[in-house]
Design a binder for this molecule. Structure first.
Ligand SMILES: [Zn+2]
Length: 132
């Protein structure tokens, strides 16, 4: 899925095996504020992603970086054995934990989505860890 494609190489994140795309996010937003990128190029969430953002997500702690609306959402998609090819949208940390207990490797993609202006950006990907 397009919105899960990173806009550039990420950096190792804080948790083991994670990749952090916040630097890309800052770069995209800087280009937008400098007028090098149009809003419709970065605020292009597809209807499916918007639907998931409304129905299966968590509120972000910060406002939307583009329109400053407070409705920014965090959507998590988990990929792994016996999950749909497009990943499964997971709304709660409990469900993440349950998936982590399953056999096989699972990887979570976190995308921020603004239902108001359709801004969307991949924030981080990380392996789901079994709790010891
Ligand atoms: Zn917005």
């Amino acid at each position: 899925m397009e919105f899960l494609e990173p806009s550039g190489p990420g950096r190792p994140g804080r948790r083991p095996g994670s990749i952090d795309y916040r630097l890309n996010r800052r770069r995209v937003l800087r280009s937008f504020r400098a007028g090098e990128v149009a809003e419709n190029e970065i605020c292009d969430a597809q209807s499916e992603l918007l639907r998931v953002a409304v129905s299966c997500s968590e509120p972000a702690r910060e406002p939307c970086p583009v329109c400053d609306d407070q409705s920014l959402r965090i959507v998590r998609f988990v990929f792994g054995p016996r999950l749909p090819k497009g990943g499964r949208a997971v709304s709660s940390r409990n469900e993440l934990r349950r998936l982590a207990e399953r056999a096989g490797e699972h990887r979570c993609y976190e995308v921020e989505v603004c239902p108001r202006c359709r801004w969307n950006h991949l924030r981080e990907t990380y392996p789901l860890e079994r709790s010891a």
